[in-house]
Design a protein around this ligand. Structure first.
Ligand code: UT7
Length: 323
């Protein structure tokens, strides 16, 4: 027998305002055609004025709790992956905790940019397996529209806002790769690549700053590192790429998603793709894709899923779980 962190609920929230690629044609030297063919993005959601990351996160959390048939009282801990918290402090996670009416347990943010949800899942699993929590609400929520340079066509057309959440619960398994729940995780970072993707401001430099990215350099790292981290996590539990029912990748670019699937020897029929509708929502993209994938009827109980993500840091990693 072995303890496992099993997904018992999932949900998401997207801000109301949908912005099609054609909107950017009005202000920038760009085209719907370029954005579609280079990134796969067709539209994205942007938060309304005054709508914050913790607002989106709270709505996604409420949807996940409803899906699980649980209330905030049933949750021991909240981990919120974000790089765009409402305030410098307190954490967005504690703000969600208050909004949910949860007065026990603990809550904190994780900052690993686009890989944030994978890092949060791995940390939630560790809390559960070490006996520090029985049920953890894991959220990815972002308002990247707040850190865009709207005059930089190479970045501002790529990102969107949104939130996704899931609930992990301690359940007993057999200790085999047939168990439901998180089976393996693999986390990596290499700070030497800071200049490829960063925000040129922050608390200690006294500004908010804007996202800066050398997109084609990040692209090169992405395909190679994502396929490798997925294979590392799978092989840790004696599984291989051919065992995977669904790749649920970070949704940055359809060409990265296709390249990674190809490198893993899997057809696109085995990949959950939402990038066309959401753009790149950073740490929110994986829980959004899990929630939408379940809603579409793609992801079913006992399916073997590998999630993988890379972003600023560089930081990258993967989680293998049986749904
Ligand atoms: O989530 C965190 C991780 N981030 C990522 O994974 C993003 C990774 N990178 C990418 O998705 C792609 O590199 C991009 C979509 C950002 C760019 O695609 P690319 O095929 O790598 O294009 P590029 O950067 O090499 O640029 C090609 C051309 C350039 O023009 P020149 O120098 O060839 O004349 C750009 O100036 O496309 C130009 N360009 C645009 N043209 C029209 C860049 N942005 C735009 C735009 N509209 N919005």
């Amino acid at each position: 027998m072995a303890g496992r962190s099993v997904v018992v609920g999932v949900g998401h929230y997207l801000p109301e305002r949908i912005v099609p690629n054609s909107e950017f044609e009005k202000t920038l030297d760009t085209s719907d055609e370029w954005i579609r063919t280079r990134s796969g993005i067709e539209r994205r959601h942007f938060a309304a004025d005054g709508e914050t990351t913790s607002d989106l996160a709270t709505k996604a959390a409420e949807a996940a709790l409803a899906d699980a048939g649980l209330t905030a009282d049933d949750i021991d801990a909240i981990i919120l992956a974000t790089s765009t918290a409402d305030l410098t402090f307190p954490s967005a996670a504690t703000m969600v905790q208050a909004r949910l009416g949860m007065t026990k347990g603990f809550a904190f943010d994780v900052q690993a940019v686009c890989a944030g949800f994978v890092f949060a899942l791995s940390n939630a699993n560790a809390l559960i397996l070490s006996g520090q929590a029985k049920r953890v609400l894991v959220i990815g929520a972002e308002t990247f529209s707040r850190i865009m340079d709207w005059s930089d066509r190479s970045t501002c057309v790529l990102f969107g806002d949104g939130a996704g959440a899931l609930i992990l619960e301690l359940q007993e398994g057999e200790g085999t790769a047939q168990d439901r729940g998180i089976l393996a995780t693999d986390l990596n970072s290499d700070g030497r690549y800071k200049d490829l993707l960063y925000v040129d401001g922050g608390v200690s430099t006294q500004s908010t700053g804007h996202l800066r990215m050398q997109g084609n350099q990040v692209f090169r790292h992405a395909v190679e590192k994502l396929a490798k981290t997925a294979e590392t996590a799978l092989s840790a539990v004696g599984l291989s790429n051919s065992d995977v029912d669904w790749i649920v990748p970070h949704q940055a670019n359809i060409r990265i998603i296709q390249g990674t699937a190809k490198k893993m020897g899997l057809p696109m029929e085995n990949v959950v793709v939402t990038v066309q509708d959401h753009g790149n929502t950073s740490a929110a993209s994986i829980p959004l894709a899990l929630s939408v994938g379940k809603e579409r009827g793609q992801i079913k109980q006992r399916d073997l899923i590998v999630t993988e993500a890379i972003g600023g840091g560089l930081a990258w990693g993967s989680v293998v779980l049986r749904w």
